[in-house]
Design a protein around this ligand. Structure first.
Ligand SMILES: [Zn+2]
Ligand SMILES: [Zn+2]
Length: 204
């Protein structure tokens, strides 16, 4: 998206009226609906908002990959506590992505500085896949297993990676103090409530 001009920056400072954020297609500038598609440039981990037409025109032009659209709620997901401990993730939320380049699965978790990564022990990931064969269907680099174990019952989803980065970005912006604060909790709860509504049940 183009950088806002100086005048629009000054206008923002001068007025106290809240602005409604609209997202535009990064190629043609059309105003997009909230559930528009994204392309990703994996070399820079950059997400590009796009309309359907520009998506068709730009897919296959080298660096841009279209993000998959499925959102699955894995209601019967099996994650034994010992296995979760084996992943050595210091918080109760993370997303896991199979990386083609790095030949393994990487976990990312939210921190005040943004997404922090930790490379997983292959055996632990393989055990998780044995418990949950649906994980074999994860698209390399583009889909994630999203885990939220903050509540009493864990929640598990397969989502496109932009969803995960969006969540982690919102957490980073709202983070206060050592533990994050109430606003962070509210953001997480709202995000997962919306995700549950949007997601289909696991087909297997
Ligand atoms: Zn467009
Ligand atoms: Zn967008």
């Amino acid at each position: 998206m183009a950088a806002p001009s100086l005048i629009s920056k000054l206008r923002k400072i001068a007025t106290s009226l809240p602005e409604i954020e609209v997202e535009r297609c990064n190629f043609c500038g059309t105003i997009l609906s909230p559930d528009h598609r994204h392309l990703v440039d994996l070399s820079q981990m950059k997400f590009i908002c796009t309309c359907e037409m520009c998506m068709i025109l730009n897919v296959g032009k080298g660096k841009y990959k279209p993000l998959p659209q499925r959102h699955l709620h894995l209601g019967d997901f099996i994650m034994p506590d010992e296995l979760w401990s084996d992943f050595l993730i210091p918080v109760n939320m993370a997303f896991f992505v199979k990386s083609a380049v790095r030949n393994g699965t990487i976990a990312y978790y939210p921190a005040p500085t943004g997404a922090t990564e930790s490379k997983l022990k292959m055996e632990a990931w393989n055990s998780l896949t044995e418990f949950n064969p649906i994980l074999k269907s994860l698209t390399y680099d583009l889909e994630a297993l999203l885990v939220n174990r903050l509540g009493d019952a864990g929640q598990y989803y397969i989502v496109p990676i932009d969803k995960c980065y969006k969540l982690i970005g919102m957490i980073r912006m709202a983070w206060k103090g050592i533990f994050g604060g109430k606003e962070v909790n509210d953001i997480i709860n709202r995000f997962f409530n919306e995700l549950k509504e949007k997601s289909a049940p696991c087909p297997i």
